[in-house]
Design a protein around this ligand. Structure first.
Ligand SMILES: C[N+](C)(C)CCCC[C@H](N)C(=O)O
Ligand SMILES: O=C(O)CCC(=O)C(=O)O
Ligand SMILES: [Fe+2]
Length: 392
C-alpha cells in the first residue's frame, strides 16, 4: 500500500534536500532546523540516558564539519545519517514540539489567577485536611486553589507539628534554610529576626535575600495562651500591582526596573544576599507576565540607583506601600489551631498584628519549582486543561 503523500497542511516536518524543515507558528512558515540543533537533540541511547533522559552527548565536541549524509522519511518521522556514521531518528511530534518550544513562549504551570481584595474574607479558599491526605484529587484541589488565589486554608488539620509537616510534604519536601527546615517558632528571638518577636509585621514576602525566594510558605498556629492579638494579614500582591499599574504607571515601571538589594544576617555566622539585586516587581522576559513580588522593608538593603536619584524610587515605593496598606487590600484573619494557611510567597504578602502571651507557630517553606512540578504532575494527561487555564 503506498503511503499517503505527506500533507504540509498538517505541518509535519519535511525533508528538504539534506536538511529538515519544521513549521514555525511564530514565523508562520516552514523553517530550516539547524544541523547543530538536530545533532545535539539526537534521542538515541548513546546521546540520551535511557533512564534519566539526560543528555550524555558532549554538545561542544560536535564537529563543526559534521554534515547530514541523508534524510529518509517514514510515516512517523525522519531517519538522519550523519557524515561521521552516527544515526539519529526524530519523530514528527518531537520535531514539531521543538519548533513550538524553541519559540520560547510555551510556559507550563501557568493558570488563570483570581485577584482578590479584602472581600475574600467572606469566602476564602479552603480545603479539607482529610481529602488532601486521602487522595491526589484532594491534593489537586488544594494546589489548584493556591495557584488560582495565591493561598488556601486546610481545615481540620490536627494541631501538631508532625501532622502539619506531613500535610506540607504532600506537596513536596520542605526547604531547609538557616532557620532550619520545618519551623516551629515563638517570640523568643531564637533566630535574630523580628518573626521571633511579638511585634507587628507589615505586609511582606519572605526570603527576599535568597536568589530564589521560597515558593510556598505555611503557618499553623499550634497554640496561643495568656495573651491576644497575633492576627494574620494577607494581601494579594498581584492585585496591588494591577492597581499600581492603573493609577501610577510610572511607579509600576520604576518598581519593575530598579533593582533592590536584600540582606539577611539573622543567625550567627551568616550573611545572605542574592547573586544579583532584583526589582520589587519581576516579570517573565518572554511573556512579560508579572511573576514575582519581592517586598520586605525589614530586609531591604541598597536601592540600585545613584543616591541623588533615589527619591524617585521612594516616591514609587510609597505609592506601592499605600496600596498594600489600603483597607480594601488588607485581608486580616485570626488563624486557629486546625486551620493551616499555605500561600504563594511570590504573589501574596503576609504580616501579623502585635500580640501578647505565648504564641506558637509551625510551618515550612517549599521551593517554587517543586510546588509547580507537583501541580503539573497532578494534571498529567490533562495538559489541555492546564493550557486552558493558562494566562493568555
Ligand atoms: C519563622 N520563619 C522561618 C517562617 C520566618 C523567619 C524569618 C523570615 C524573614 N523575616 C523573612 O522575611 O524572610
Ligand atoms: O508570626 C506570624 O504570624 C508570621 C511571622 C512571619 O512573617 C514569618 O514567620 O515569616
Ligand atoms: Fe514573614
Amino acid at each position: 500500500m503506498t503511503t499517503p503523500p505527506r500533507n504540509p497542511a498538517l505541518k509535519h516536518p519535511v525533508v528538504h534536500g539534506n536538511s529538515i524543515m519544521v513549521y514555525s507558528d511564530k514565523a508562520n512558515k516552514f523553517v530550516n532546523v539547524p544541523k547543530i540543533w538536530l545533532r545535539d537533540n539526537c534521542q538515541c541511547s548513546s546521546c540520551v540516558h535511557e533512564v534519566t533522559k539526560q543528555r550524555l552527548l558532549d554538545t561542544f565536541r560536535i564537529s563543526h564539519s559534521l554534515f547530514i549524509k541523508s534524510c529518509i522519511e517514514d510515516d512517523h518521522g525522519i531517519q538522519v545519517s550523519w557524515s561521521d556514521g552516527h544515526e539519529s531518528y526524530y519523530t514528527n511530534e518531537f520535531l514539531a514540539k521543538s519548533a513550538l518550544k524553541n519559540k520560547g513562549v510555551v510556559r507550563q504551570g501557568l493558570t488563570k489567577v483570581s485577584l482578590w481584595s479584602n472581600s475574600i474574607k467572606h469566602n476564602p479558599p479552603v480545603v479539607d485536611y482529610g481529602a488532601v491526605m486521602k487522595s491526589d484529587e484532594g491534593l489537586k484541589e488544594w494546589l489548584s486553589k493556591i495557584r488560582k488565589y495565591g493561598f488556601c486554608y486546610v481545615d481540620g488539620t490536627p494541631a501538631t507539628p508532625q501532622d502539619t509537616q506531613k500535610l506540607l510534604e504532600r506537596i513536596s519536601f520542605i526547604r531547609n534554610t538557616h532557620y532550619g527546615a520545618f519551623y516551629d517558632f515563638t517570640s523568643d528571638l531564637s533566630s535574630k529576626d523580628t518573626a521571633y518577636t511579638s511585634i507587628a509585621l507589615d505586609a511582606h514576602t519572605d526570603t527576599t535575600y535568597f536568589s530564589d525566594p521560597a515558593g510556598l510558605q505555611a503557618f499553623h498556629i499550634i497554640s496561643h495562651t495568656d495573651g491576644s492579638g497575633g492576627a494574620s494579614l494577607l494581601v494579594d500582591g498581584f492585585q496591588a500591582a494591577l492597581d499600581l499599574s492603573r493609577h501610577y504607571p510610572e511607579a509600576y515601571d520604576l518598581l519593575s526596573t530598579v533593582n533592590v538589594h536584600s540582606h539577611a544576617s539573622g543567625n550567627d555566622g551568616i550573611s545572605i544576599q542574592p547573586y544579583r539585586a532584583f526589582p520589587v516587581l519581576l516579570h517573565d522576559p518572554n511573556t512579560h507576565h508579572l511573576v514575582q513580588v519581592r517586598w520586605n522593608s525589614s530586609d531591604r538593603a541598597a536601592v540600585d540607583m545613584p543616591l541623588e536619584e533615589v527619591q524617585r524610587w521612594y516616591d514609587a515605593a510609597e505609592k506601592w506601600s499605600n496600596l498594600l496598606r489600603a483597607p480594601e487590600s488588607e485581608y486580616w484573619c485570626q488563624l486557629m489551631p486546625g486551620r493551616v494557611l499555605v500561600f504563594d510567597n511570590w504573589r501574596v504578602l503576609h504580616g501579623r498584628s502585635a500580640f501578647t502571651g505565648k504564641r506558637r507557630v509551625c510551618g515550612g517553606y517549599i521551593n517554587r519549582d517543586d510546588y509547580i512540578s507537583k501541580f503539573k504532575m497532578l494534571y498529567l494527561g490533562q495538559e489541555e486543561v492546564l493550557k486552558s487555564l493558562a494566562v493568555a
